[in-house]
Design a protein around this ligand. Structure first.
Ligand code: SF4
Ligand code: SF4
Length: 437
């Protein structure tokens, strides 16, 4: 049986185990969920791996041309290459005729040796490396168990990937510190060869101190933990999130359109043209991005690996039943149905959809409002006129970088240099978006 809609299942073949101790990592506390297990048990067993690969491929809707396996952790490179060799063999065995199977591998980069990098390149793996910027910004929160910054080990991994010509992108967590340095971070990522960048804002409820683990007693009290509305010191403020993304945008739009791909900008451009969101965060509903643990346990989402969002184990129930279950469908619809009035009335709803429910921490009218709302609004206001102009260029079969000649806002009337910028920044047009002309 197949599932009627495309879905994605992120695999954690070594559960939450990791060789680093990044302060904002929400995976480490998940070890507590499996507190009866020894560390050596945090490995996906052969029979679970085979069931996962077989069922994930078989459950894809009819006509699916490409299936992507996403390996994450913890740190998936803690497992030897032989584990992934076996996975690739199983993928070949179970792929439908003509179906392309690809692998994405999200890593902290510290365990990528030249030999491993060559293997990934030979097997067409797409690597995602977590890096938060140049050394002083990266090491602020990303360190090992002894408190040593991980930057130099990550860079060794990146060099190995470049040397092996292995395709890689970067994933940068935007936190309270690096958010203040958009230009520095963006330039650095370009300098290490990243041409595909993803930025993820960190929003943490303040339920634990930096480095402190969630205790067993805490597990019993998830509900009360989640009732807190405070955020940690690492959390990016809405203003800083807006400042960071608009700063990156200004550099990208001036110099790098068509050369560097920033996942948010690609998606916003598409949303302005009527395409669906490529990230669940900006989709109307959730429910199509689940997580599978090393044990075969499937959860509603990687950010909701809690007992209350456990869907079942694929060794006991077919994956398609878990994906199509009422529990999962309701989880997905809650994102749309719980939107506060502020979002329902928002002119940016088509871009935003209220963001990720886990970040809805503010008191709203009829529902919780996203912590990042104010930042999102500034990003949408700053970028929308340009994405609209890019859309006009695209429709006229011109390259997106020629958007300047289509920059007429609003409703076709030219904006004077001394007029207020239509993005509502409060600046004069010549000092805001007009400066790009
Ligand atoms: S809860 Fe957040 S991360 Fe999970 S599927 Fe929904 S939008 Fe995506
Ligand atoms: S910008 Fe704010 S109000 Fe508008 S949809 Fe997003 S979270 Fe809701």
């Amino acid at each position: 049986m197949t599932v009627s809609r495309p879905f994605h299942l992120m695999a954690k073949p070594i559960g939450p185990l990791c060789n680093l101790r990044c302060e904002y990592c929400f995976y480490l506390s998940k070890e507590e969920l499996f507190s009866k297990e020894r560390r050596s048990d945090f490995v996906m067993k052969d029979e679970v791996l085979e069931a996962f690969i077989q069922q994930y491929i078989q459950a894809q809707p009819e006509g699916t041309q490409e299936v992507i396996f996403a390996w994450q952790g913890g740190e998936p490179a803690l497992l030897p290459t032989s584990f992934y060799e076996q996975a690739v063999e199983l993928q070949k065995r179970y792929a439908r005729p003509g179906m392309r199977v690809r692998n994405a591998f999200q890593t902290n980069g510290t365990l990528i040796t030249p030999e491993r990098a060559r293997w990934f390149a030979q097997n067409d793996f797409l690597l995602g490396v977590s890096v938060d910027g140049p050394e002083e910004l990266h090491n602020r929160f990303r360190h090992d168990a002894d408190g040593e910054g991980s930057f130099s080990s990550v860079m060794r991994g990146v060099e190995a990937l470049v040397e092996a010509q292995c395709e890689f992108n970067t994933l940068t967590v935007v936190q309270s510190d690096n958010a203040l340095h958009p230009q520095k971070v963006y330039d650095f990522l370009k300098s290490i060869g990243s041409r595909f960048m993803q930025f993820i804002p960190i929003v943490e409820r303040e339920h634990r101190k930096p480095g402190e683990r969630v205790t067993k007693a805490d597990q019993q009290a998830w509900k009360s933990l989640l009732s807190h509305t405070g955020v940690s010191e690492r959390t990016v403020s809405p203003q800083a999130w807006g400042y960071f993304m608009t700063g990156v945008f200004d550099s990208w739009v001036r110099h790098d359109i068509g050369e560097v791909f920033v996942s948010h900008f690609d998606m916003f451009f598409g949303l302005h043209q009527g395409y669906p969101a490529s990230f669940c965060v900006h989709s109307e509903t959730c429910g199509n991005a689940m997580a599978i643990e090393h044990s075969g346990d499937v959860y509603s989402c990687d950010h909701y690996v809690f007992p209350s969002h456990h869907l079942g184990n694929l060794m006991d129930q077919p994956l398609e039943d878990l994906v199509m279950s009422k529990k999962q469908v309701n989880f997905g619809l809650a994102k749309r149905d719980d939107l506060p009035q502020e979002c329902q009335n928002c002119s940016y709803l088509f871009l935003c959809r209220g963001g990720c429910p886990k970040n809805r921490l503010l008191v709203g009218d009829g529902g919780a409002l996203n912590w990042l709302c104010e930042g999102y609004k500034s990003i949408y206001a700053h970028t929308s006129p340009i994405f609209q102009a890019m859309g006009a260029a695209h429709r006229a079969r011109r390259h997106a970088s020629e958007f300047r000649s289509f920059f007429r806002i609003p409703q076709g009337s030219e904006v004077g240099r001394n007029d207020p910028c239509p993005c509502l920044s409060g600046k004069k047009f010549k000092n805001c978006h007009g400066a790009l002309r």
